[in-house]
Design a protein around this ligand. Structure first.
Ligand SMILES: [Fe+2]
Length: 328
């Protein structure tokens, strides 16, 4: 890892915030990426929260797909931005960095990749200057009998096979060509095992980050969910994963449904996820941010104080690792 020791000044309108910059190689990512701190994934319950709690988060993660109406591939006016959502985003963007967490790429789909969608993400990146962006290691587009693609509105996990590895790695390269900033893929939740897979999940993720220009968004709650449902040890999983590839971590909550534990983002993080975070933070040399995510319907239960409490605890974990890096 080569430390350039440069300082990147990010003007936030009122104050200058200084972030240390590191140029690192070996994890498929070579661009200098700012070390942001603790982030919050934006949702429909948060417009007022973000304006009055700017001190609680260092960056805002957004799902850009929520900020526009998508009329579908081929439509002459495919994307229409939602004015009130954009207004809040512009206000936050003047005060904090924005990171993009996309949901529309469907990188593991058997059909063709939606290149117009990538172009739309690129337009947003141009406007908001995301330091990195991410999507899910899954697919949501399926091809019907008529040859048309349908969005199943659900992230379906992929099989960990050599053929899938080739497909995803090639698509990561295409994403990087279109949007030349770090691109991360997030580990998925799976409720059933695919039979006769070529690789374990960690072997697949390690191979993917070694052979493509792709980093990892490590969702610790997804890991916890899989470990709990499938009866394996989450810490052993972390030992087997190339943690130098992890650029961002997600933390979240979940709940029981129909005899399974689910990644429902149901409010606060459970205690085992905090334990995983403490461990992961001290073993991820290239980590740039820890993002708390929750479903907007749980905001009335958590309230402003509840969301702040999650962010404060994440910050304590972050600062424990990076005490030498000053985060205002
Ligand atoms: Fe996540």
């Amino acid at each position: 890892m080569k430390v350039l020791g440069r300082l990147f000044l990010l003007l936030d309108g009122l104050n200058s915030r200084a972030y240390s910059m590191t140029d690192f190689t070996g994890s498929g990512i070579s661009q200098a990426v700012p070390r942001l701190g603790v982030g919050l994934l934006y949702n429909a319950a948060l417009p007022r929260f973000v304006r009055s709690n700017l001190d609680a988060f260092d960056y805002l993660a957004i799902t850009p797909d929520l900020f526009w109406l998508d009329r579908g591939p081929g439509h002459p006016e495919r994307y229409e931005e939602l004015e009130s959502w954009i207004e809040t985003l512009d206000w936050v963007a003047a005060n904090r960095p924005i990171v993009s967490h996309n949901i529309g790429l469907s990188i593991g789909t058997a059909g063709s990749l939606d290149v117009a969608y990538l172009d739309q993400i690129a337009r947003f990146q141009n406007r908001y200057k995301f330091p990195w962006h991410s999507d899910h290691l899954s697919f949501a587009q399926v091809r019907g009998a008529t040859g048309d693609d349908y969005n199943v509105a659900l992230a379906v996990p992929i099989p960990y096979d050599k053929e899938m590895l080739q497909l995803v790695a090639a698509r990561v390269d295409l994403v990087k060509q279109k949007i030349p900033i770090p691109f991360l893929l997030e580990n998925s939740v799976y409720f059933v095992d695919f039979p006769e897979q070529d690789m374990s999940e960690t072997e697949f993720l390690n191979s993917l980050t070694q052979r493509s220009q792709c980093g990892l968004l490590l969702d610790l709650h997804n890991l916890y969910t899989n470990a709990r449902n499938h009866g394996f040890d989450a810490f052993t999983f972390l030992d087997q994963l190339d943690l130098a590839s992890v650029i961002e971590i997600h933390i979240a909550g979940g709940d029981e449904f129909a005899g399974m534990y689910t990644d429902s983002h149901a409010g606060p993080c459970p205690e085992p996820v905090w334990e995983l975070l403490d461990h992961a933070i001290s073993h991820t040399p290239n980590l740039r941010g820890v993002t708390f995510e929750f479903h907007f319907s749980y905001y009335p239960l958590m309230g402003e104080a509840g969301v702040r409490a999650q962010l404060d605890r994440a910050r304590a974990a972050w600062l424990g690792r990076t005490s030498a890096t000053k985060i205002p």
